[in-house]
Design a protein around this ligand. Sequence first.
Ligand code: ZN
Length: 73
Amino acid sequence: MRTLVIIIVVALIVIIAKRLLQKPPTPARRGQKKNEHMVQCASCGIYIPEQEALQRAGHYYCSQKHLDEDLHK
Ligand SMILES: [Zn+2]
């Protein structure tokens, strides 16, 4: 009888463990903004969200300063 109880307990642990592994926690994905495309500053190489980047002639810049600096190269 003891053996049967142990088998049931082990089986339950395995089932619970499998469920936990199959369903990774979702809150981690919520932190990322959807469809946020990262672009690289043509001057310093830093990555910034496309919406925040300054664009000129197909190049992206993290700040007005870097955009101006690249103009004078
Ligand atoms: Zn920059």
